[in-house]
Design a binder for this molecule. Structure first.
Ligand code: NAD
Length: 308
């Protein structure tokens, strides 16, 4: 049975732990710095195993030794946005947390794949690579799976088709500079550019960029966690099952798409060792410029992180 550790037992982490447990694919360890929080939530989840017919286990802890030998470590620890905040404003506080967590988790699970969720996720993924000492193949950020799901939801509503008929792909930064190439988004194989006017598509893209803030503004005291935790399970499952599924993911680029030493969302083939390969799609000059602009904004944030 695979072992998945989730660090941070807050909204995203605990919901991801529950969803992971319910896949039946892995044992789950939930870790937080707050005493009792991960233990209480994990015990509550363990109490559901009989009802749900699950034999995999869930434990809560404050001790990294209990996470030793994990196949996947999901990092959700850190502050979330409040209304009016951008993800970039979390950089200072979350860099200290993610840096420490990546070091400690990597020390006891040297073969793990790190799945970074804490925002700003592109920057935190870059930092986790440095702090863990892991290769860039084994540290992956969650961005495009969530953003694409939000875009797919909006496309399905606009065209009035089941969301499962939509194939959506969001690239670039998980933030204001996220990138959508309209021609690569399809409904049953038909590009949305053949079905929707340019200004309608631009509106859907703008709504996708604002989706996270829309949830924050409604919830007021927390940010989104149902869709983010579903995205965690989709990515973690691809890794555990060595599926080779192509999912948009934030990975460190080393020449791919002409970009170097920057973590940015691109299509990635995922497997048990993390990144199997970065998928190369021919981009037009304009598309390439958009991606480079997005990567540039991430690079600026990386240059500003306290230990960056
Ligand atoms: P939350 O406040 O509910 O939970 C964060 C948890 O982290 C808390 O339980 C806290 O005690 C714990 N924590 C803090 N420092 C720690 C440390 N050093 N070690 C272990 N645990 C520690 O926040 P949330 O809503 O769960 O969001 C978590 C993070 O995920 C935020 O940064 C948020 O912006 C981000 N997020 C990212 C995406 C994405 O697509 N990448 C989506 C949603 C949320």
């Amino acid at each position: 049975m695979a072992k998945v550790t989730v660090i941070g037992a807050g909204n995203v982490g605990a919901t991801a732990a529950q969803r992971l447990l319910e896949t039946g694919l892995c044992d789950v360890v939930l870790l937080d710095i707050v005493e009792g929080l991960p233990q209480g939530k994990a015990l509550d989840m363990a109490h559901s195993a009989y009802i749900l017919g699950l034999t995999n286990r869930c434990v809560g802890t404050n001790d990294y030794q209990d996470t030793a030998g994990s196949d996947v470590v999901v990092i959700t620890s850190g502050a979330a946005r409040k209304p009016g905040m951008t993800r970039d404003q979390l950089v200072e506080i979350n860099a200290a947390i993610v840096g420490e967590v990546a070091e400690k988790a990597a020390a006891v699970s040297p073969e793990a794949v790190l799945l970074v969720v804490t925002n700003p996720v592109d920057v935190m993924t870059w930092l986790a690579i440095k702090k863990s000492g892991f290769s860039r193949q084994r540290v992956i950020g969650l961005s495009g799976v969530l953003d694409s799901s939000r875009l797919a939801y909006l496309i399905s509503k606009q065209i009035n088709v089941p969301v499962t008929d939509v194939n959506a792909y969001v690239w670039g930064e998980h933030g204001q500079q996220m990138v959508v190439f309209p021609r690569l988004n399809t409904v049953k194989g038909v590009p949305i550019t053949k079905m929707l006017a340019e200004e309608v598509i631009s509106g859907l893209i703008a709504q996708t960029v604002a989706s996270g803030a829309e949830v924050v503004n409604l919830l007021k005291t927390s940010s989104a966690y149902y869709a983010p935790s579903a995205a965690i399970v989709r990515m973690a499952s691809a890794i555990i099952e060595n599926s080779g599924e192509i999912l948009p993911s934030a990975v460190c680029l080393d020449g791919e798409y002409g970009l170097y030493d920057v973590v940015c969302g691109v299509p990635v083939k995922l497997g048990e060792k993390g990144v199997q390969s970065i998928v190369k799609i021919d981009l037009s000059d304009d598309e390439q410029k958009l991606l480079a602009k997005s990567a540039e904004s991430i690079k600026k944030m990386i240059a500003n992180i306290p230990s960056g």
